[in-house]
Design a protein around this ligand. Sequence first.
Ligand SMILES: [Zn+2]
Length: 307
Amino acid sequence: MRAPALVLVYHQVRDAGPEGAELAVHPDRFATHLDVLARRAEVVPLARIRDAARGRPRVALTFDDGYLDNVETAAPMLADRDLPATCFVTGWSLDADREFWWDELEHLLGPPTGGAVPPFETVLAGRRLRVDLGDAAARRRAATAITLRCYRARPDEIRATIDALATHLGVDLVMCDRHRHAGEAGIARLAEVPGITVGGHTVRHPALTAIPAAARDAEIVEGKRRLEALIGREVTQFAFPFGHAASFDDACERAVAAAGFELACRNVRGRVTPRTDPFRIPRCSVGDWSGPEFEARLDRWMRERCR
Ligand SMILES: [Zn+2]
Protein backbone atom coordinates (compact mmCIF):
# COMPACT_ATOMS: atom_id res chain seq x y z
CA MET A 1 0.00 0.00 0.00
CA ARG A 2 1.19 3.49 -0.78
CA ALA A 3 2.41 5.48 2.21
CA PRO A 4 0.28 8.52 3.03
CA ALA A 5 2.03 11.88 2.69
CA LEU A 6 1.27 15.21 4.34
CA VAL A 7 2.73 18.70 4.40
CA LEU A 8 2.48 20.50 7.74
CA VAL A 9 2.56 24.27 8.13
CA TYR A 10 3.75 26.18 11.20
CA HIS A 11 4.12 29.93 11.60
CA GLN A 12 5.82 30.90 14.84
CA VAL A 13 7.59 28.67 17.37
CA ARG A 14 7.43 30.72 20.57
CA ASP A 15 5.63 31.14 23.84
CA ALA A 16 2.22 32.62 23.02
CA GLY A 17 2.42 34.80 26.14
CA PRO A 18 -0.55 35.86 28.24
CA GLU A 19 -2.40 37.37 25.26
CA GLY A 20 -2.39 34.05 23.38
CA ALA A 21 -1.60 33.69 19.71
CA GLU A 22 -3.36 31.49 17.23
CA LEU A 23 -0.32 30.95 15.07
CA ALA A 24 2.30 30.32 17.77
CA VAL A 25 3.42 26.84 18.85
CA HIS A 26 5.39 26.70 22.10
CA PRO A 27 8.97 25.42 21.64
CA ASP A 28 8.36 22.56 24.13
CA ARG A 29 5.29 21.53 22.19
CA PHE A 30 7.17 21.81 18.91
CA ALA A 31 9.81 19.44 20.36
CA THR A 32 7.00 17.04 21.29
CA HIS A 33 5.62 17.21 17.74
CA LEU A 34 9.07 16.31 16.40
CA ASP A 35 9.20 13.35 18.84
CA VAL A 36 5.82 12.14 17.54
CA LEU A 37 7.02 12.51 13.95
CA ALA A 38 10.19 10.53 14.72
CA ARG A 39 8.01 7.61 15.88
CA ARG A 40 5.31 7.87 13.28
CA ALA A 41 6.72 9.17 10.01
CA GLU A 42 9.66 9.84 7.80
CA VAL A 43 10.27 13.59 7.50
CA VAL A 44 11.27 14.33 3.91
CA PRO A 45 12.16 17.52 2.02
CA LEU A 46 9.12 19.26 0.52
CA ALA A 47 10.60 18.72 -2.98
CA ARG A 48 10.22 14.95 -2.45
CA ILE A 49 6.75 14.85 -0.92
CA ARG A 50 5.07 13.87 -4.23
CA ASP A 51 7.42 10.91 -4.82
CA ALA A 52 5.77 7.52 -4.95
CA ALA A 53 6.80 5.60 -1.85
CA ARG A 54 5.79 2.62 0.22
CA GLY A 55 6.29 2.01 3.90
CA ARG A 56 6.10 4.65 6.62
CA PRO A 57 3.94 7.75 6.23
CA ARG A 58 5.91 10.73 4.97
CA VAL A 59 5.68 14.29 6.23
CA ALA A 60 7.24 17.53 4.98
CA LEU A 61 7.59 20.49 7.37
CA THR A 62 7.03 24.09 6.32
CA PHE A 63 7.05 27.47 8.08
CA ASP A 64 5.37 30.59 6.76
CA ASP A 65 6.17 34.30 6.80
CA GLY A 66 9.80 34.63 7.97
CA TYR A 67 9.64 35.35 11.70
CA LEU A 68 12.86 35.59 13.70
CA ASP A 69 11.90 32.64 15.94
CA ASN A 70 12.08 30.37 12.88
CA VAL A 71 15.80 31.19 12.76
CA GLU A 72 16.55 31.31 16.47
CA THR A 73 14.31 28.53 17.79
CA ALA A 74 12.87 26.20 15.15
CA ALA A 75 15.85 25.84 12.81
CA PRO A 76 18.33 24.75 15.53
CA MET A 77 15.81 22.17 16.81
CA LEU A 78 15.40 20.80 13.29
CA ALA A 79 19.16 20.79 12.67
CA ASP A 80 19.76 18.89 15.95
CA ARG A 81 17.50 16.15 14.65
CA ASP A 82 18.69 16.27 11.04
CA LEU A 83 15.21 17.16 9.82
CA PRO A 84 14.59 19.07 6.58
CA ALA A 85 12.09 21.92 6.28
CA THR A 86 11.09 24.73 3.95
CA CYS A 87 10.70 28.25 5.33
CA PHE A 88 8.53 30.50 3.16
CA VAL A 89 9.73 34.06 3.61
CA THR A 90 8.19 37.34 2.45
CA GLY A 91 10.49 39.93 0.92
CA TRP A 92 9.11 42.28 3.51
CA SER A 93 10.53 40.16 6.36
CA LEU A 94 14.00 41.13 5.18
CA ASP A 95 13.75 44.81 6.12
CA ALA A 96 10.28 45.50 7.50
CA ASP A 97 9.78 48.73 9.37
CA ARG A 98 6.42 47.49 10.67
CA GLU A 99 4.91 44.27 11.88
CA PHE A 100 2.55 42.26 9.70
CA TRP A 101 -0.94 43.76 9.78
CA TRP A 102 -2.41 40.82 11.73
CA ASP A 103 0.21 41.30 14.43
CA GLU A 104 -0.54 45.03 14.58
CA LEU A 105 -4.20 44.16 14.87
CA GLU A 106 -3.40 41.88 17.82
CA HIS A 107 -1.77 44.83 19.59
CA LEU A 108 -4.61 47.22 18.76
CA LEU A 109 -7.55 44.99 19.60
CA GLY A 110 -6.36 43.28 22.74
CA PRO A 111 -8.34 43.80 25.95
CA PRO A 112 -9.31 47.50 26.35
CA THR A 113 -7.09 49.52 28.64
CA GLY A 114 -8.68 52.95 28.65
CA GLY A 115 -12.19 54.33 28.68
CA ALA A 116 -15.04 53.78 26.27
CA VAL A 117 -14.14 53.91 22.58
CA PRO A 118 -16.75 54.71 19.94
CA PRO A 119 -17.31 52.29 17.03
CA PHE A 120 -14.71 52.34 14.25
CA GLU A 121 -15.58 52.64 10.61
CA THR A 122 -13.43 51.93 7.56
CA VAL A 123 -13.58 50.88 3.92
CA LEU A 124 -11.92 47.58 3.02
CA ALA A 125 -12.19 45.61 -0.21
CA GLY A 126 -14.46 48.34 -1.58
CA ARG A 127 -17.04 48.08 1.17
CA ARG A 128 -17.79 49.93 4.35
CA LEU A 129 -17.11 48.10 7.62
CA ARG A 130 -18.26 49.32 11.03
CA VAL A 131 -17.11 47.56 14.19
CA ASP A 132 -17.99 48.00 17.84
CA LEU A 133 -15.04 48.36 20.24
CA GLY A 134 -16.95 48.64 23.50
CA ASP A 135 -15.53 45.71 25.48
CA ALA A 136 -13.14 42.74 25.18
CA ALA A 137 -15.71 40.51 23.45
CA ALA A 138 -16.61 43.25 20.96
CA ARG A 139 -12.94 43.79 20.22
CA ARG A 140 -12.44 40.11 19.50
CA ARG A 141 -15.38 40.19 17.11
CA ALA A 142 -13.99 43.37 15.53
CA ALA A 143 -10.59 41.72 15.04
CA THR A 144 -12.24 38.77 13.30
CA ALA A 145 -14.40 41.00 11.08
CA ILE A 146 -11.43 43.17 10.05
CA THR A 147 -9.22 40.11 9.46
CA LEU A 148 -11.78 38.39 7.23
CA ARG A 149 -12.18 41.58 5.20
CA CYS A 150 -8.39 42.06 4.94
CA TYR A 151 -8.15 38.69 3.19
CA ARG A 152 -9.87 40.38 0.23
CA ALA A 153 -8.26 43.82 0.48
CA ARG A 154 -5.24 45.48 -1.12
CA PRO A 155 -2.14 46.09 1.05
CA ASP A 156 -2.55 49.90 0.85
CA GLU A 157 -6.17 49.70 2.03
CA ILE A 158 -5.15 47.44 4.90
CA ARG A 159 -2.38 49.78 5.98
CA ALA A 160 -4.72 52.77 5.86
CA THR A 161 -7.26 50.91 7.99
CA ILE A 162 -4.69 49.84 10.58
CA ASP A 163 -3.32 53.39 10.79
CA ALA A 164 -6.81 54.84 11.14
CA LEU A 165 -7.68 52.30 13.83
CA ALA A 166 -4.53 53.16 15.80
CA THR A 167 -5.42 56.84 15.59
CA HIS A 168 -9.00 56.09 16.59
CA LEU A 169 -7.78 54.19 19.66
CA GLY A 170 -5.08 56.72 20.45
CA VAL A 171 -2.45 53.96 20.37
CA ASP A 172 1.06 54.13 18.89
CA LEU A 173 2.05 51.14 16.77
CA VAL A 174 5.31 49.67 17.97
CA MET A 175 7.32 46.63 16.91
CA CYS A 176 7.61 44.03 19.65
CA ASP A 177 10.00 41.12 20.16
CA ARG A 178 7.52 38.32 19.75
CA HIS A 179 6.43 39.47 16.28
CA ARG A 180 9.92 40.22 15.00
CA HIS A 181 10.78 39.41 11.41
CA ALA A 182 13.98 37.49 10.70
CA GLY A 183 15.57 40.36 8.76
CA GLU A 184 18.23 39.94 6.08
CA ALA A 185 20.83 38.65 8.51
CA GLY A 186 18.40 36.12 9.95
CA ILE A 187 17.34 34.75 6.58
CA ALA A 188 20.95 34.57 5.41
CA ARG A 189 21.69 32.49 8.54
CA LEU A 190 18.61 30.34 7.98
CA ALA A 191 19.69 29.54 4.42
CA GLU A 192 22.97 28.16 5.77
CA VAL A 193 21.31 25.66 8.12
CA PRO A 194 21.68 22.15 6.61
CA GLY A 195 18.31 20.83 5.45
CA ILE A 196 16.57 24.20 5.40
CA THR A 197 15.19 25.43 2.08
CA VAL A 198 14.12 29.07 1.75
CA GLY A 199 10.92 29.47 -0.28
CA GLY A 200 9.11 32.47 -1.77
CA HIS A 201 6.00 33.99 -0.22
CA THR A 202 5.66 37.28 -2.20
CA VAL A 203 6.95 40.66 -0.99
CA ARG A 204 4.11 42.04 1.13
CA HIS A 205 1.92 38.97 1.68
CA PRO A 206 -1.19 40.21 -0.16
CA ALA A 207 -4.07 37.95 -1.09
CA LEU A 208 -3.06 37.51 -4.73
CA THR A 209 -6.66 37.47 -5.92
CA ALA A 210 -7.27 40.90 -4.33
CA ILE A 211 -4.75 42.85 -6.42
CA PRO A 212 -4.45 43.60 -10.17
CA ALA A 213 -2.62 41.07 -12.36
CA ALA A 214 0.47 43.26 -12.84
CA ALA A 215 0.81 43.83 -9.10
CA ARG A 216 0.28 40.13 -8.45
CA ASP A 217 3.04 39.16 -10.88
CA ALA A 218 5.38 41.77 -9.41
CA GLU A 219 4.76 40.45 -5.87
CA ILE A 220 5.63 36.90 -6.96
CA VAL A 221 8.67 37.78 -9.07
CA GLU A 222 10.12 40.46 -6.79
CA GLY A 223 9.77 38.30 -3.68
CA LYS A 224 11.74 35.55 -5.43
CA ARG A 225 14.38 37.93 -6.75
CA ARG A 226 15.02 39.53 -3.36
CA LEU A 227 15.50 36.17 -1.65
CA GLU A 228 17.77 34.89 -4.39
CA ALA A 229 19.92 38.04 -4.22
CA LEU A 230 20.25 37.56 -0.46
CA ILE A 231 20.96 33.82 -0.25
CA GLY A 232 22.79 33.38 -3.54
CA ARG A 233 20.79 30.43 -4.80
CA GLU A 234 17.66 29.80 -6.77
CA VAL A 235 14.33 29.90 -4.95
CA THR A 236 12.00 27.30 -6.51
CA GLN A 237 9.31 26.68 -3.87
CA PHE A 238 6.37 29.00 -3.25
CA ALA A 239 3.51 29.27 -0.77
CA PHE A 240 0.41 31.36 -1.48
CA PRO A 241 -0.08 34.13 1.10
CA PHE A 242 -2.95 33.09 3.42
CA GLY A 243 -3.40 30.06 1.17
CA HIS A 244 -7.10 29.49 1.75
CA ALA A 245 -9.32 28.75 -1.22
CA ALA A 246 -10.22 32.40 -1.94
CA SER A 247 -6.60 33.60 -1.90
CA PHE A 248 -5.48 32.02 -5.17
CA ASP A 249 -6.93 30.92 -8.49
CA ASP A 250 -5.75 29.35 -11.75
CA ALA A 251 -4.25 32.65 -12.94
CA CYS A 252 -2.21 32.89 -9.73
CA GLU A 253 -0.93 29.36 -10.23
CA ARG A 254 0.10 30.15 -13.80
CA ALA A 255 1.87 33.32 -12.63
CA VAL A 256 3.81 31.34 -10.01
CA ALA A 257 4.85 28.74 -12.59
CA ALA A 258 5.80 31.47 -15.09
CA ALA A 259 8.04 33.10 -12.46
CA GLY A 260 10.15 29.93 -12.39
CA PHE A 261 8.84 28.22 -9.28
CA GLU A 262 8.59 24.42 -9.37
CA LEU A 263 5.89 23.95 -6.75
CA ALA A 264 3.35 25.94 -4.74
CA CYS A 265 1.65 25.21 -1.43
CA ARG A 266 -1.79 26.23 -0.28
CA ASN A 267 -3.29 26.10 3.19
CA VAL A 268 -6.13 23.84 2.22
CA ARG A 269 -5.93 20.56 4.10
CA GLY A 270 -5.41 17.27 2.33
CA ARG A 271 -3.07 14.41 1.57
CA VAL A 272 -0.38 14.54 -1.09
CA THR A 273 -0.01 11.82 -3.72
CA PRO A 274 2.18 11.49 -6.82
CA ARG A 275 -0.86 12.78 -8.75
CA THR A 276 -1.11 15.99 -6.70
CA ASP A 277 -0.70 19.06 -8.92
CA PRO A 278 2.71 20.52 -7.90
CA PHE A 279 1.15 24.01 -7.85
CA ARG A 280 -1.71 22.89 -5.59
CA ILE A 281 0.06 21.14 -2.76
CA PRO A 282 -2.29 20.94 0.24
CA ARG A 283 -1.04 21.61 3.75
CA CYS A 284 -2.30 20.89 7.26
CA SER A 285 -2.01 23.77 9.71
CA VAL A 286 -0.57 22.83 13.11
CA GLY A 287 -1.67 24.48 16.36
CA ASP A 288 -0.21 24.69 19.86
CA TRP A 289 -1.19 21.09 20.61
CA SER A 290 0.04 18.55 23.13
CA GLY A 291 1.79 15.41 21.82
CA PRO A 292 -1.34 13.20 21.99
CA GLU A 293 -3.50 15.82 20.32
CA PHE A 294 -0.94 16.36 17.56
CA GLU A 295 -0.69 12.60 17.04
CA ALA A 296 -4.48 12.19 16.89
CA ARG A 297 -4.75 14.94 14.27
CA LEU A 298 -1.89 13.45 12.28
CA ASP A 299 -3.72 10.10 12.28
CA ARG A 300 -6.92 11.71 11.15
CA TRP A 301 -5.22 13.69 8.37
CA MET A 302 -3.47 10.57 7.10
CA ARG A 303 -6.75 8.68 6.91
CA GLU A 304 -8.74 11.44 5.22
CA ARG A 305 -9.70 10.85 1.64
CA CYS A 306 -7.47 12.43 -0.98
CA ARG A 307 -8.90 15.40 -2.77
ZN1 LIG B 1 3.98 42.85 18.05
